[in-house]
Design a binder for this molecule. Structure first.
Ligand code: ADE
Length: 252
């Protein structure tokens, strides 16, 4: 998959792209990331990319011409989603990450300052996406988060083939508890079922742990999760225990 990133600050991406999984994915040819400096597409002597808004109001806006020139010359008429990072966009989530991962090519336009001239939206943007209900100093951090979350869905990017489907949110539930060695630390023991080698029992325990954690922390997710009859019953038991004051522990 190829990412075209349009930014005024390409150096911000350096650390993220030169370490760990994203570095490996690029080295193996699974992921290509091209950074395009919008300033290179400003044609005036001072390469101006921002101006105060018409009508006043303070702050600066990203100008339309350099952005449109940059996006059109890089995409060259090929159709690809062009995401604008903005707190006014649709909230980014795991499903959106998986959907974007199905495209061979994706452009991300990093918003800055008070935003972009409205004509940018009209002329080149296909999706407006927000990380959440807070305001960042610029869209670069949002673009890095999206790139990372999307790249994890590409085939062979993650070492273990079944890591992504087990992630929190991929199944509609949060992930449950995990343990590694040692079996006991400061009196805290790993649940016996995880040490006994019964894979079916381990899978049931994990599902139960995910269900309990989701119920405690993000009950809203349960509305859309695919649950079996037995799991619905187990949730009912949790709720009944809870209302009787027998509070389920978050840690398993
Ligand atoms: N730019 C500034 N804040 C943002 C946010 N919350 N999401 C995406 N882009 C942003």
């Amino acid at each position: 998959m190829r990412f075209e990133i349009f930014t005024l600050f390409p150096a911000m991406f350096e650390g993220v792209l030169t370490e760990s999984i994203l570095k490996r994915a690029q080295a193996r040819g699974l992921l290509h990331v091209a950074l395009h400096n919008i300033r290179d597409y400003a044609t005036d002597k001072h390469q101006v990319t921002d101006e105060p808004p018409y009508g006043g109001g303070g702050g600066m806006l990203m100008k339309v011409e350099p952005i449109v020139r940059a996006v059109e010359s890089v995409l060259g008429g090929e159709s690809a989603p062009v995401i604008l990072t903005t707190p006014q966009g649709q909230r980014f989530d795991q499903r959106m990450a998986a959907d974007f991962a199905t495209y061979p090519r994706l452009a991300i336009l990093c918003g800055r300052y008070e935003g972009v001239d409205e004509r940018v939206r009209r002329l080149v943007v296909t999706h407006e996406v927000s990380l959440g209900d807070y305001v960042l100093t610029g869209g670069e951090l949002a673009a890095m988060v999206m790139l990372d979350a999307i790249a994890r869905h590409l085939p062979n990017v993650l070492g273990n083939a079944d890591s992504a489907p087990n992630d929190s949110h991929s199944s509609g539930l949060l992930e449950g508890a995990h343990y590694t060695r040692p079996p006991e630390f400061r009196g805290l023991r790993v649940p016996a079922v995880l040490l006994e080698g019964d894979h079916g029992a381990v899978a049931r325990w994990r599902r139960q742990s995910a269900l309990r954690r989701t119920w405690l922390r993000r009950p809203d997710l349960l509305l859309n999760a695919a649950l079996s009859e037995a799991e619905r019953y187990a949730l009912g038991q949790l709720a009944a225990d809870w209302s009787r004051g027998e509070r389920a522990e978050d840690a398993d």
